[in-house]
Design a protein around this ligand. Structure first.
Ligand code: PGA
Length: 236
């Protein structure tokens, strides 16, 4: 299983160090752990996890290769900073920074060209779910984002937008339906994580659903005891 932590725009170096010390001392490393700290924390995290089985990723990269794009960070720079992964197309990027599926496609290609494994996020809004359009929306996202991309070289996170940071998790049947759809879309050659209010109480059940290969955890990944419990999931 893959247990990924999206720290979002949180933590100073001191706070990250303290969280990491608890994690590295208590995680059993039976699952693959990937941490996604903010850019300024990458170095600190890298140093603290260098001899541990924890992988490192950034939360975004530019859709441009390099050049005059003030404030942007390229896929090449992400790789150069010591990361192996990068989150792309998170719904918060789509919502607050108008990121489109085509931009996500460009970013994913640049990530792959630079030796990074993109963790590509997709998912429907509450309105789309209420109108019964979930599968239609997910299919359209996959059609655009994965144009000329080999899904087996990526990780996919199904994150219903309405479940992110809200405390609402999708029901098991809802998770199953979408994960099965994505898995079939790629003829079984995709690694699919679930994300959206995953916590230490619901994680075991979510990780036991067929075609769920891991979880992407936001809020609960900032609290050591919660993330340790999620990370130490033991497959039955
Ligand atoms: P959450 O965030 O666990 O706080 O809902 C998940 C995510 O945004 O990836």
């Amino acid at each position: 299983m893959i247990i990924a932590a999206n720290w979002k725009m949180n933590l100073t170096k001191k706070q990250a160090t303290s969280l990491l010390n608890s994690l590295t001392n208590n995680i059993n490393y039976k699952n693959s752990i990937i941490l996604f700290p903010g850019f300024t924390l990458i170095n600190t995290v890298k140093e603290l996890v260098s001899d541990k089985k924890i992988f490192l990723g950034a939360q975004d990269c530019s859709s441009n290769k390099n050049g005059a794009f003030t404030g942007e960070v390229s896929a090449e720079q992400v790789k150069d900073s010591g990361c192996d992964y990068v989150i792309i197309g998170h719904s918060e990027r789509r919502k607050y920074f108008n990121e489109t599926d085509s931009a996500v496609n460009l970013k994913a290609k640049l990530a792959l060209d630079n030796g990074l494994k993109p963790l590509i996020c997709i998912g429907e809004t509450l309105d789309q779910r209420k109108s019964g359009d979930t599968i239609k929306v997910v299919r359209s996202q996959l059609d655009i984002i994965f144009k000329d991309i080999d899904a087996s070289k990526t990780l996919i996170a199904y994150e219903p937008v309405w479940a992110i940071g809200t405390g609402l998790t999708a029901k098991n049947e809802e998770i199953s339906e979408v994960h099965d759809f994505i898995s079939n879309y790629f003829s079984g050659n995709a690694t699919i994580l679930y994300g959206g209010s995953v916590n230490e109480i619901n994680s075991d059940e979510i990780l036991s659903i067929k075609n769920v290969d891991g979880v992407l955890v936001g809020g609960a990944s900032l609290i050591a005891e919660k993330f340790i419990k999620i990370a130490n999931f033991l497959q039955k």
